[in-house]
Design a protein around this ligand. Structure first.
Ligand SMILES: NC(=O)CC[C@H](N)C(=O)O
Length: 311
């Protein structure tokens, strides 16, 4: 069923790989700087589990900001819509993903959306569990179910590297505490620890594709038939992916590709074609706004060729 993609994918992939030269591998988390600049891999999964891959689909990388979509979904499941939106807004920022500008500029200092770092840290604080370890375990379990891999876990080296150098995220989190977005009962360092761990979950593009497939089918895994996430929450998550998933390049990606996607600073992109496919891409070299240059090019090429735009 994926033959039409399979036939053309290797050619497109090699053309997109050249775009890696325009980007740079993220270095602010030292462990991420080790990734190969011009790696590029993709996996596409259809509703009966049929799969097509090209390039470097076995390369391991960490979820980074892609995890934010799924912690948001778990926060909705744990707390409901109203409680989550009391902590984060619904709007794009136009600023970098780790910006703290609007937390001071715009009252009441609530993060604009759950996909920027400040918003994701606030969302992580809402995940249920008596201890940080229990919260991390619940998040991992949720990711494992969505990715259909019980072995999914975080990469200890990336976690340590991120935690040791996260001065900016610490500033954001303490700012949120002062703004009372993180409440009285919240221990900032504990929330950050859970956040670093869910950002460090180790995957390959097949995991992203499978997680995306669940979203493409509104929360029901079409391969197993299992209902995993309420449709309403998936609807909200996909809206955020479209408006904020590629940070302040989300408008451009919506115009050029027109599909919900979420990128991470490791170079991963989780994308989906509603009702059709889940897609995972990895290309570690990032453009100015933090998205994989080669990965974005590949998705835009495919969307144009197959008329995937939702609009
Ligand atoms: N853009 C990203 O992927 C950012 C996630 C990263 N863990 C951070 O907090 O900085």
């Amino acid at each position: 069923m994926l033959e039409h993609i399979e036939a053309r994918l290797p050619g497109w992939l090699e053309a997109s790989r050249k775009r890696a030269a325009e980007g740079q591998v993220a270095a602010y988390i030292p462990e991420l700087a080790k990734a190969p600049q011009d790696a590029l891999g993709i996996t596409v999964i259809g509703p009966s589990g049929e799969t097509v891959s090209a390039g470097d689909p076995n390369m391991r990388f960490t979820l980074q900001s892609i995890s934010k979509v799924f912690t948001l979904l778990l926060a909705f499941i744990d707390n409901g819509e109203e409680a989550v939106f009391s902590k984060v807004g619904m709007e794009p920022t136009g600023d970098d993903f780790n910006s703290m500008l609007k937390l001071e500029l715009v009252e009441p200092g609530k993060p604009f959306n759950p996909l920027i770092n400040a918003g994701a840290i606030a969302v992580t604080s809402l995940i249920h569990g008596d201890t940080p370890a229990e919260k991390t375990a619940r998040i991992l379990q949720f990711f494992r179910t969505a990715a259909a891999d019980p072995a999914l876990t975080y990469n200890e080296n990336v976690y340590r590297s991120e935690s040791a150098t996260a001065h900016r995220n610490r500033s954001l989190a303490y700012f949120l505490k002062d703004n009372e977005v993180l409440g009285e009962e919240v221990d900032v360092e504990e929330v950050l620890d859970v956040y670093f761990k869910h950002c460090s979950v180790d995957v390959h593009v097949g995991h992203l594709a499978r997680m995306a497939l669940v979203l493409a089918f509104n929360g029901r895994d079409p391969v197993t038939g299992q209902a995993l996430i309420p449709r309403r929450y998936v609807q909200i998550a996909k809206s955020f992916m479209l408006t904020c998933g590629m940070y302040n390049a989300s408008g451009e990606f919506a115009i050029r590709a027109g599909i919900p996607a979420k990128s991470g600073v490791s170079g991963g992109i989780l994308a989906l074609v509603p009702g059709q496919y889940g897609i995972g891409v990895i290309g570690p070299a990032l453009g100015r706004k933090g998205n994989s240059t080669a990965g974005v090019h590949l998705l835009e090429t495919m969307s144009e060729a197959f008329d995937w735009s939702m609009f």
